[in-house]
Every structure is written in structure tokens, then in C-alpha cells.
Design a protein around this ligand. Structure first.
Ligand code: ATR
Length: 473
């Protein structure tokens, strides 16, 4: 009998936790996995919640279990698995049924799915879900893109399962298909930058001030009560307090310094480049992960040039630690400003009208980058007119002005003493160029005119100009 409100397809970690979350909120959820063993495991794990779950062992059973118009949420591996699952579902569906891709899709794939499915009379939603396993189970941040009609049909379920920030659901409609996954992509790009900058601040305290992980944990714990209060700051404390049971060493010291990535950070940097918007802090974080995994090249360079010879930047006084906090704050504001600029540019380019204030709001809880600062960002973007950049919001401008001297001092010391700080310096350089009334691209224009007759504008006359260029010695 058709009684389920929604289906979840894909019973790996994210899918089964979302299904349990849906069941817990009182909806009936039909669940299905390509291999049935995982469906069975999910039901066992669900315990009492299994009462609201209908285990389906075939697509026919799944489709029959759903109330029309059917809503089917896919939480399978991004890419080919989504295409294959959609192809398997389609022959069993009726016009008006809704396919929801809730995986980490590239927004271009969502746009393509929407076009193909709507041409055949189906509805499509591309939905970004952030918060990892814990978020999926107890309340993620949910970014929805696709048809309004489909959104209205699934809104009660998605709104109910999302995280809450002071009672408000962290689920919102972003715009047409593609918009949800585009916003999720930038969320992850910002997450990359935030994590990398935290790691760089840690590196400065560790190698630059000679502090032990436990002492640095204490510093980060203090920061969880200030402007850097965030989930990522909190888990940094947790990471730095952990000890390896087999060696007794700090756990962080026995972890291989080589980070993985699944693509969303890289996509953010690519989109930024495509849109012509600087996202240097995000790109630097993506590159830092890439570089970290080039183990043989790192070893070879280490052998050829010697170790980085990181020297002290000072001693661990409260003053220098406060300056490192301000450096991280500066970097973080600038990385978020870049991320939001990419969102604004994408919104304009694709005609999406992305709700920037709403995006900051739904990122305040549930997702990995949840932080106190996002509350201030939602306030900044609620102003009329909204600021052209977060840097121009009076509160953030004030914070930047107050923190900049410390950031310049600390990053100067970091570079002079051999510490790698790529994301923090990329952010600072971005601001240094942005605020300069005259930077150095005038000379680039001169070069372009000399070799390619590209022309240049003058500061004192309108129109395009060429040379005259000095010739001879
Ligand atoms: P995990 O590492 O947790 O197994 P994964 O390989 O990314 O994660 O797969 C996530 C989900 O996508 C799983 O439910 C998986 O189904 P199986 O349990 O049967 O492997 C599903 N999945 C992967 N490829 C698929 C495909 N081609 N068609 C349908 N589902 C697929």
C-alpha cells in the first residue's frame, strides 16, 4: 500500500542517517539500497525508528510504497551512480514524481538532470546537505535548488529534519536547479579555507612558538568563546587533546601530513576562476591539500634544498597569541567574503537571485562551518542595500581594521622565518591589493601594450591609448 511520504535511496552512512532523521520526525520513509544487505543493516540500526521505515528490496516495491506524487531522495555516490539510479527509476515513475539528488553533485550535473527530467515530465531537485553523519542524523543544513512545485511538495519533510538555529530551520530554497549544489559547493570551498587557516595558526604556535599540542588546545578552547567561536574551532580542541593509545604521543603527531579531497573545494576554485572572482584563500587551501599529497616530490625537494628550517617567531606570550587570533580572524573574514562574492557572481551569471542573507542563516547550525560569525554575516546581508562585499559591512570593516596590524606583523614573521602559511597570506594579499588606491597592474598594462598592442586607459584622459614606448638602449 502506498503510504510512505518519501523514499531514501542509498543506505550508506549519510542515507541511513537521513532516513532515521526523517522517521524520527514522524514521516514514513521507504528505504532502498542497490544491495539489500545494507537496507537490512539500516533497519537494525534504526531500532524503534524502524516502525516508520519501510524496507524495500526492489525498485518496484519502493515505487509502490510511495504516496503520489512520489518523492525519491537519492543519497548515492555522486556522478555515475546518480545517473544509473535515475535511469533505473524512470521506467517505474509517473509524470510529476520528484527525483531529489542529495549527494555532493556538481551543480552542472544538477542543471543537466533538471533539463532531461523536466523534458520527460518529471520534477527534479538538487539538494546540498551539509553536516556529515551527525548532521544527517540530528539536523543538517539543507540547500535546495529546483522547481518551486517540487520544493513545496517536500518542504515539510526537509524543513523538519534540518538543524535549527534559535528555532529557525536551517533549510531554505536557493533557486532553480543547480543553485542548491552551487551553494553547497561554495560552503565546502569556504570549509577548506577555514580548516587550512586553523591549521596554519596551529603551525605558527607549534613550530613558531614551540608550544605543545595540549597547550595549543587550551588556546583554541579560549577562542571558542570569542569571535572565532565555531564548530571547527571546537573540533580542533578535541583533535589536539587526543592521545595515541599505542604510542602515548599526541594523536596529531602520528597522523600522516597528507590530506585527501573529494572535489568540492576544487570546484569552488574553478567556479571562482570561471566567474572572474578572486577566491585566493579557497584556492590556496585546495592547493595546500594537493601539495600535501605529493609525497615523493616533497621528499625530493626536502632532500635537495634541506628542511624548511622553521625558526621561532617569538615566545608564547598572551600578546603574540592574541595577535595570532587576530590573524586567523582576518583570514577567516576575508575567506568568507571571497566565498560569498563567488555566490553573488554565480547568482548574477545564472540569474538565480541567491538569497545571501538566508544562506548565511542556514549555515549557522547543522553544517561543518557553523559559527558565531555567520550570524553577523546574515545580519550584514540583510541590510538594504546589501553590501557589495562583506568587507564593506561596517562591523566587518571595523574588525578588519582592528585586526590588520597584527595579521601583517604575524604573517611577516611567518614568512621571514620559513613557515608555510599559504591560505592566510593569500587572504591578506587579496586585501592589500583590494584596498590599494594604486597597485602594480599599471606595469602589466604597459607590458601588454608593448607585446600585443592591447592598449591602456590613462588616468587623465578618456579613451584607449598606446605608448609611445621607449626603444633602443
Ligand atoms: P561507501 O564507501 O559508504 O560504500 P559509496 O561507495 O560512495 O559509499 O556508496 C554510497 C552509496 O551509493 C551506497 O549506498 C552504494 O550502494 P552499495 O551499498 O550497493 O554499494 C551506492 N551506489 C554506489 N554506486 C552505485 C550505483 N552504480 N548504483 C546504485 N547505487 C550505487
Amino acid at each position: 500500500m502506498a503510504q510512505a511520504d518519501i523514499a531514501v535511496i542509498g543506505m550508506a552512512v549519510m542515507g541511513r542517517n537521513l532516513a532515521m532523521n526523517i522517521a524520527e520526525k514522524g514521516f514514513k520513509v521507504a528505504v532502498y539500497n542497490r544491495s539489500s544487505a545494507r537496507t537490512d543493516e539500516a533497519l537494525v540500526e534504526a531500532g524503534d525508528l524502524a516502525g516508520n521505515m519501510i524496507a524495500c528490496r526492489s525498485i518496484e516495491e519502493l515505487v509502490a510504497a510511495l504516496k503520489p506524487p512520489r518523492a525519491l531522495l537519492l543519497m548515492v555516490k555522486a556522478g555515475a551512480a546518480v545517473d544509473e539510479t535515475i535511469a533505473q527509476l524512470k521506467p517505474h515513475l509517473a509524470k510529476g514524481d520528484i527525483i531529489i539528488d542529495a549527494g555532493n553533485a556538481n551543480y552542472r550535473d544538477s542543471v543537466a538532470h533538471d533539463q532531461a527530467l523536466s523534458a520527460e515530465g518529471f520534477e527534479f531537485l538538487g539538494v546540498g546537505v551539509s553536516g556529515g553523519e551527525e548532521g544527517a542524523r540530528h539536523g543538517p543544513s539543507i540547500m535546495v535548488g529546483g522547481s518551486q512545485k517540487a520544493w513545496e511538495r517536500v518542504q515539510p519533510v526537509l524543513t523538519a529534519i534540518a538543524a535549527r538555529y534559535q528555532g529557525e530551520s536551517c533549510c531554505a530554497y536557493m533557486g532553480p536547479a543547480g543553485a542548491g549544489h552551487f551553494v553547497k559547493t561554495l560552503h565546502n570551498g569556504i570549509e577548506y579555507a577555514d580548516m587550512q587557516m586553523i591549521a596554519e595558526a596551529y603551525g605558527l604556535m607549534r613550530a613558531g612558538l614551540g608550544m605543545a599540542p595540549s597547550a595549543i588546545a587550551y588556546v583554541f578552547e579560549g577562542w571558542t568563546r570569542g569571535p572565532l567561536a565555531s564548530y571547527l574551532t571546537e573540533i580542533t580542541v578535541q583533535a589536539l587533546r587526543s592521545t595515541d593509545p599505542s604510542t602515548g604521543k599526541p594523536l596529531v603527531d602520528i597522523i600522516l601530513d597528507s590530506a585527501g579531497q573529494k572535489g568540492t573545494g576544487r570546484w569552488s576554485a574553478i567556479e571562482a576562476l570561471d566567474l572572474g572572482v578572486p577566491a585566493s584563500a579557497i584556492a590556496a587551501a585546495v592547493e595546500a591539500r594537493g601539495l600535501s599529497s605529493m609525497r615523493s616530490l616533497r621528499q625530493a625537494v626536502n632532500g635537495a634544498l634541506g628542511d624548511a628550517e622553521r625558526a621561532a617567531i617569538g615566545t608564547a606570550t598572551p600578546e603574540i597569541i592574541a595577535e595570532i587570533e587576530k590573524t586567523l580572524l582576518t583570514g577567516k573574514i576575508l575567506a568568507y567574503a571571497q566565498g560569498f562574492d563567488v555566490l553573488a557572481a554565480g547568482s548574477k551569471q545564472f540569474g538565480w537571485n541567491l538569497p545571501l542573507a538566508e544562506i548565511a542563516k542556514i549555515w549557522r547550525a547543522g553544517c561543518i562551518i557553523r559559527s558565531r560569525m555567520l550570524d553577523a554575516m546574515s545580519r550584514a546581508y540583510s541590510a538594504t542595500p546589501a553590501p557589495e562585499s562583506l568587507i564593506l559591512d561596517p562591523d566587518f570593516a571595523g574588525e578588519l581594521k582592528a585586526s590588520l596590524p597584527a595579521a601583517r606583523k604575524i604573517l611577516g614573521l611567518a614568512v621571514a622565518n620559513g613557515h608555510p602559511v599559504p591560505a592566510l597570506t593569500s587572504a591578506l594579499n587579496y586585501l592589500q591589493q583590494l584596498r590599494a588606491s594604486r597597485a602594480t597592474v599599471d606595469l602589466v598594462q604597459a607590458q601588454r601594450d608593448i607585446f600585443g598592442a592591447h592598449g591602456f586607459e590613462r588616468i587623465d584622459q578618456p579613451g584607449a591609448h598606446h605608448g609611445p614606448w621607449h626603444t633602443g638602449a
